[in-house]
Design a protein around this ligand. Structure first.
Ligand code: AHR
Length: 537
């Protein structure tokens, strides 16, 4: 295992990443609003932020622990199909409708030789993955992943090894995947039994290259130069690619933002997006204070704002007409299973790593984080809940089946209901104090308008741990015809979690459909809750 852990580096995130001006983030929504008055939300269908790219609700699968082996590929299992893919897991992911999935890492990718994972299975080497000290049989590789993506109806977001890998090897993989025939690597793919090119569009140029834990870690200048070279070579092979450069691994990094600036000074004209990563905890950062924990999505918004500022600074330096978008390609709650045996595979295949069990408060914050992504959908065009199966995941499997973790539900609501454009809501909410933030609204609300069917969805996080809040929704132009869907995630025990024994201990409950009178809808959301409401117009 690398001696420098990501955790040690990020332990200062609490101070660096938390301090946040909510009046800046909610400039249009905060006034001194008494708690005795209802929270007022003003919805105007003409006031939108941006169309939401479906890829805002992507996910991530890394060769790590039991994510791939056992999680999605388990040839010996009674639950698998003839390809060895777990049918129940595929069904769950199809049902979710995950639009894009990042693969194969993560830290893993920085030591991965893609050639080990293609060709006849009996010839593939068993190798030691040095990122997680685990054995990789390479029985699942690029072709298996791309076949699996097709089967579940998702798009691949392919990660490239810019750690031990060269720019040439990155371009070779693009050629293997995307060129139809007549070249060395396209012919190798055809020889392997895949006549048609995959036309993979989106690629990540490495992973967390700013982190001293990363295999092949280098300086910003070196990485920016290498990313530019890889991008150039890859685009010679396929000019249509969309490429994401590695931004900072998080606000706790000593090189936060300066890394991003230096990298972009080298590769701005060759890339389309810049990555951000962030994991939240209710321990070191918050001291276990849940009221503070539930405000952490505001610090994600600050990270987004700061990273956009750097992108646009470099854009100015370069006098470039191009505006980069952000790829928040790792985000989640993760703090319990991130040290010792939880991150060390001890040289075994499919070890139990990062098997974080999520409780109700984690799900509430995940709801808040989704709200933040929706509000920033003008610049964040891609984001990945990290990860999808067994490893810091909404879906957990064993030999007999699977269960849904608490965080599954807010994620599934985003996929189901956050369609169309993000609404620029005006929200007047009472607030509470969190050191490091100015004032935190009790209610965090995001909204979407789907012009296709005219539906409006609101996603409402009530951060107040003790009190229900009354809400008054003011429909500025069109009042809705009827409530199509209404669900809430709440409970008395913020630490409650699901398991194979009690798989639905934390699950959505039906929310009473609120009536609309004239241009106003009144309702009450319970304490410590995340509610989704969808109206048809
Ligand atoms: O998602 C788990 C790990 O977190 C990823 O491998 C790495 O990119 C990040 O540090």
């Amino acid at each position: 295992m690398p001696t420098t852990s990501r955790r040690r580096f990020l332990q200062h995130a609490s101070t660096a990443g938390l301090a946040c001006s909510t009046s800046l983030l909610f400039g249009r929504s905060l006034s001194a609003h008494p708690a005795s008055e209802p929270v007022r939300i003003y919805v105007d269908s003409k006031r939108t932020i941006s169309p939401i790219d479906r890829n805002l609700f992507g996910s991530f699968l890394e060769h790590l622990g039991r994510a791939i082996y056992e999680g999605i590929s388990d040839p010996g299992s009674k639950l698998s199909d003839s390809n060895g893919f777990r049918k129940d897991v595929m069904e769950e992911i199809r049902h979710l409708g995950v639009p894009i999935i990042r693969y194969p890492g993560g830290n893993f990718v920085s030591g991965y030789n893609w050639l080990d994972g293609v060709g006849p299975k009996q010839d593939r080497p068993r190798v030691l993955d040095r990122a997680w000290n685990s054995l990789n049989s390479n029985q699942f590789g690029t072709n298996e992943f791309l076949a699996w993506c097709k089967a579940v109806g998702t798009e691949p977001l392919m990660g490239l090894n810019l750690g031990t890998g060269t720019s040439e090897q990155a371009a070779d993989l693009v050629e293997y995947c995307n060129v139809s025939n007549g070249t060395r690597w396209s012919e190798l793919r055809r020889k392997h039994g895949f006549a048609e090119p995959y036309k993979v569009q989106r690629w990540c140029l490495g992973n967390e290259m700013d982190g001293p834990w990363q295999i092949g870690h280098m300086s910003a200048n070196e990485y920016g130069t290498k990313a530019a070279d890889a991008a150039r070579q890859m685009r010679y092979v396929d000019p249509s690619l969309k490429l994401v450069a590695c931004g900072s691994s998080g606000p706790g990094m000593p090189t936060y933002l300066e890394w991003d600036r230096e990298v972009l000074e080298q590769c701005y004209e060759y890339v389309d997006g810049l990555s951000l990563h962030r994991y939240f905890d209710n321990a070191e950062t918050t001291g276990g204070d849940t009221a503070k924990f539930l405000a952490m999505n505001l610090s994600m918004e600050r990270q987004i704002a700061e990273t956009i500022a750097v992108c646009d600074l470099v854009r100015g330096h370069k006098r470039s007409p191009k505006k980069l978008w952000l790829s928040f390609d790792e985000w989640n709650v993760w703090y319990r299973e991130r040290r010792g045996d939880a991150v060390n595979g001890h040289g075994k295949m499919a070890p139990h790593l990062l098997e974080e069990i999520y409780n109700l408060e984690d799900a509430l914050l995940v709801g808040g984080l989704i709200n933040s992504l929706v509000r920033n959908s003008d610049r964040v065009k891609l984001a990945c809940l990290a990860q999808l199966v067994n490893v810091i995941a909404p879906i957990m499997t064993n030999a007999e089946g699977l269960f849904r973790q608490t965080i599954y539900y807010p994620y599934s609501w985003a996929l189901q209901f956050a369609r169309g454009a993000a609404l620029n809501l005006l929200v007047e909410s009472s607030t509470y104090d969190v050191p490091g933030f100015e004032r935190v609204p009790h209610l965090d609300v995001a909204g979407t308008l789907n012009s296709g069917d005219g539906s409006v969805s609101l996603f409402i996080l009530n951060r107040d741990l003790s009190n229900a809040h009354e809400l008054e929704i003011n429909w500025e132009d069109h009042a809705p015809a009827r409530v199509a869907n209404a669900s809430v995630l709440t409970g008395d025990d913020l630490k409650a979690f699901n398991s194979f024994q009690t798989p639905t201990k934390v699950a959505p409950q039906t929310f009473a459909k609120p009536a609309t009178t004239g241009t106003r809808t009144k309702l009450e959301v319970p304490a410590r809750s995340y509610t989704v409401l969808q109206w048809s117009m």
